[in-house]
Design a protein. Sequence first.
Length: 224
Amino acid sequence: MNGKGRFSSKEMLQDNIGYLRVPYMSFAERRELDSKAQSLNDSLCALLRKNVTGIILDLRLNGGGAMYPMMLGLEQLLHDGKIGSFTETAGDWILRDNSFFLGMAILTSITPKCQATDKNIPVAILIGPATGSSGEFLAIAFKQRKNTIFIGTETAGYITATRGFQINDAVSLLLSTGYGRDRTGKIYDKALSPDIRINETDSFNDIKNDKKILAAIKWIKAKK
């Protein structure tokens, strides 16, 4: 996992388009996860307050971790209510009252510093082979959202939900037990494919000339 993926990065691009890299988020205690979700949301709000015409979400370095602070951190771009679910676990992924719920259980909460003026603002999501596990579940949460497109190449395909089983004091077993579903109930059991395929090498140190970002800008401009 590239270390850059552990940190968010935000920037204003041409035509008042916002760019936000969504980082890998490791599992931690509730307080730390709330803090991570809040930090991501603060970055998003910093862009939304500039009246952006669209948002580019870069998941190309997002290898997974805890999905719920990532989803909650982007709540202004996602409609409240059900945004997905697992096939093997009771309880939907729900955004409500600035919190992420798995069924009835609150897993993380934030205090947003902005409100969405248009939850259907164009969103271009960049994906690639390093987009894996919970990074892919985050992408699934945006499936079936209006004015959303996926750009890049196939994701890693690590889209199974896992469950741990304790064998004895020294040994535990982690098994894949199910898949993710989007808000309409569609099951995703293999790597996610882009709507617009761009095979050129990523340019994370020169994002203004990155071919996938340029494709995202072109798509957002066409939505005006």
